[in-house]
Design a protein around this ligand. Structure first.
Ligand code: DP6
Length: 392
């Protein structure tokens, strides 16, 4: 077959990647660790097809044709083809000189700034590797599309090693534990209402480069904080120590945003609602006397929270109390259903936070840790028709 379709997951880092030592090969300045999220709630889906009939390479993203003249995309394809030619066992039914058509879409809003490039490039590289029968590690290929994409190639908790080779061959991702390891762990993604002023906030890619060029604090982070945290959080994950896991996750998110502010000009990603969520979680953990919930923020204002399954109903009720939704429709809570529970008055009093104006929180996605990319074998799943045109 000369057509392959697959889905790939989003991943959320608990020890963040920020700063490159090689912009072209996308080699990071530090190791990072993430959890891969379940594809049932969020995924990218990609169909790749090659044929001697195709006149040029083409790509459609989320319903729109985009330029193929994108160095990251070209690098991934070039590397896949190089590896395919190396593979003497390949059946040789696909000629690497044929053009490719690629069609990809996310089942979650790209505007939410939720690691869509990681899922997208992981999906693309996984599908191309299947099409061209490339064997062995492909995380180093996905990394050349978007650094964090290498972590979406694997399920469970994943460690991206910065590596030291100048060709990037040892900058790969490996699995720490599979998705079944910590089955109680849950993830809530809080998507906030965008304010007009938010459009003035920094954009991710340029920001990362500026941090590497100007931040003094980044030097401390990569030489001291991250190596220690990588070791400690790995132990916490393996031993399912939520208290420690939560502490390290929150501290690393805070340090990542501190490094962003230490960049000149500064990168500002969190907004007032993000900071209010941070205060709420510290107040909640304080009231309960232990770390029940951990927050982490990427290069955008939306919050990603880690917590354990038994704590989800009560915590969500607290969120609803402090950040009342505009309306309680099915559109508000997406993903794994949650039974609603009343918040004990005493808890509200000890948290001591007044309800905010309604509608600040647009919706919540409730998900868990999941596996890596999967191939879809049914032909009706393909996003391209028999002549290689998008079905939409
Ligand atoms: C804040 O992987 O999107 O989400 O390598 O330039 O494509 P590029 O950047 P990207 O950066 C993600 C940064 C982060 C932290 C993380 O996921 O580790």
């Amino acid at each position: 077959m000369n057509i392959v379709t697959c889905i790939a997951p989003v991943n959320i880092a608990v020890i963040k990647y920020w700063g490159k030592r090689d912009e072209k090969l996308i080699l990071p300045l530090n190791d990072s660790i993430s959890a891969t999220l379940n594809t049932e709630q969020m995924h990218a889906k990609t169909t790749v097809m090659t044929s001697p009939e195709f006149k040029e390479d083409k790509i459609w993203l989320n319903g729109k044709e985009e330029s193929f003249d994108n160095p990251r995309l070209q690098n991934c394809l070039k590397e896949i083809r190089r590896r395919a030619k190396e593979n003497v066992n390949s059946e040789g039914d696909i000629d690497c000189s044929w053009c490719v058509h690629i069609c990809s879409q996310n089942n979650f809003p790209t505007a939410a700034g939720l690691a869509s490039s990681a899922a997208g490039y992981a999906c693309l590289v996984y599908a191309l590797a299947e099409l061209y029968k490339v064997e062995g590690d492909i995380t180093a290929i996905a990394r050349q599309g978007s650094g964090s994409a290498c972590r979406s190639i694997l399920g469970g908790f994943v460690h991206w090693h910065q590596g030291s080779a100048s060709d990037g061959s040892d900058s790969i991702a490996t699995q720490i534990v599979p998705e079944s390891h910590w089955s109680q762990l849950r993830i809530l993604i809080l998507v906030f209402l965008e304010r007009k002023l938010d459009s003035y906030r920094s954009k991710c890619s340029l920001g990362m480069q500026k941090t590497a060029e100007t931040s003094e604090l980044l030097k401390h982070r990569i030489s001291h904080s991250v190596p220690r945290r990588i070791q400690e959080i790995t132990e916490a994950i393996v031993s399912k120590n939520f208290e420690k896991f939560a502490e390290l996750t929150m501290k690393d998110s805070n340090q990542f945003h501190a490094v962003c502010l230490d960049t000149f000009p500064p990168n500002v990603y969190m907004n007032d609602t993000s900071h209010a969520i941070v205060s709420l979680i510290h107040a909640y953990n304080n009231a309960l006397g232990e770390n029940k919930v951990a927050y982490t923020f990427d290069a955008g204002p939306n919050a990603c929270l880690y917590l354990l399954e038994p704590d989800v109903p009560q915590f969500l009720s607290v969120i609803n109390h402090v950040f009342p939704p505009a309306s309680q429709t099915s559109e508000y809570l997406k993903g794994i259903p949650v039974e609603s529970t009343p918040v004990p008055k005493s808890l509200v009093t000890s948290i001591g936070l007044e309800p905010q104006e309604s509608g600040l929180l647009k919706y919540v996605i409730h998900t868990k840790v999941g596996r890596g990319p999967q191939i879809l074998t049914e032909s009706n799943q393909h996003l391209l028709n028999e002549s290689g045109q998008p079905k939409f």
